[in-house]
Design a protein around this ligand. Structure first.
Ligand SMILES: C[S@@+](CC[C@H](N)C(=O)[O-])C[C@H]1O[C@@H](n2cnc3c(N)ncnc32)[C@H](O)[C@@H]1O
Length: 297
């Protein structure tokens, strides 16, 4: 499959991603970025999975994701374990171990720091202000456009670099055997640096019509980092279509799947008519079309 940016084709399918993905050929997706249903947390809106059953529930779905992802691709899973009986449940930790056994490499863990988390008080912990963005790959070498997410060097360059001693900015091999100072000196005179693995983003659920939407900047950041224009992004738990918007804004093709018709409709509204997307009524027909498109038929 070779979609040029000018011929982006995007689709939203209705169904359980475990089944919908079976119609996709191997290795047709460049990036999977998603936030799955939380364990039991939102069962008033779209059903919940008991924390003790979470790994068992997720594995058949990630098995399909592993199959459809290209070898150069990435899978970013935004997830946070809930507290059960006053303790953090371990299902996310168990999921990481199970995914490794399934064949994924646990390459990195990014943190989404929620800059605007709600005030609150709990007897044994403070406000929860971060979620995991687990980064899995199929291979040690994968597509990563580090330059695309560089950040302004900011005040750090002025203050920290100025305070370097004369011996810091030239390499002194005799100094405690680390290359830290030399590495810092390399950044003198530059106005951009590579970011950290912490993303500071405000939550934005209120106006999205979905109780668990992530901010558009979250998938956007990973899409820039792990794909090129024209690549194909998949969100198998697409919800209100935040990933759809993010991918289209960056000229990537996008495939979204959700088990609830209400969210499928919401996500389809994010598809722009200018991209020639036809909205068919039946899920099966749509899924067949997606499979054909990804096979480039
Ligand atoms: C955490 S929400 C995703 C929110 C999304 N990131 C957004 O910004 O709106 C998880 C979504 O997964 C959907 N879902 C639950 N089980 C599913 C399944 N088996 N296959 C596909 N979608 C599913 C839910 O309906 C829900 O919309």
């Amino acid at each position: 499959m070779n979609w040029a940016p000018s011929s982006l084709k995007s689709e939203i399918a209705l169904g359980d991603c475990a089944e919908v993905l079976q119609r996709f050929p191997d290795g047709c997706i460049d990036l999977i970025v998603t936030s799955p249903p939380y364990a039991d947390q939102r069962n008033s809106t779209y059903g919940g999975i008991h924390p003790d059953k979470y790994v068992e529930w997720m594995l058949p779905r990630t098995e399909q994701m592993l199959r459809v992802l290209k070898d150069s691709g990435s899978f970013v899973l935004n997830i946070k374990e809930k507290a059960v009986d006053g303790q953090r449940h371990t299902y996310v930790l168990e999921l990481i171990l199970a995914l490794k056994k399934q064949g994924w490499l646990w390459t990195e863990e990014y943190i989404w720091h929620k800059r605007n988390c709600y005030p609150g008080k709990w007897p044994n912990r403070f406000r929860d202000a971060w979620e995991r963005c687990l980064h899995f790959t199929k291979a040690r070498k994968f597509k990563m456009n580090q330059e695309s997410v560089m950040v302004p060097m900011g005040d750090w360059a002025q203050s920290r670099l100025k305070s370097l001693g004369k011996n810091d900015v030239v390499r002194h091999d005799s100094q405690v055997g680390n290359a830290f100072a030399k590495n810092i000196a390399n950044w003198q005179g530059r106005d951009k640096a590579f970011p950290t693995n912490v993303l500071h983003l405000a939550t934005e659920c209120g106006n999205k019509g979905h109780s668990a939407a992530f901010p558009q900047a979250l998938p956007q950041w990973f899409i820039k980092l792990f794909t090129d224009p024209g690549d194909v992004v998949l969100d198998p738990f697409v919800g209100s279509g935040t990933t759809v918007e993010a991918a289209l804004s960056l000229s990537r093709s996008v495939i979204g799947i959700d088990v609830l018709d209400e969210y499928v409709q919401m996500s389809r509204e994010k598809l722009m008519p200018s991209q020639g997307v036809l909205l068919e009524k039946t899920a099966k027909y749509k899924v067949d079309r997606i499979s054909k498109k990804v096979r480039n038929e």
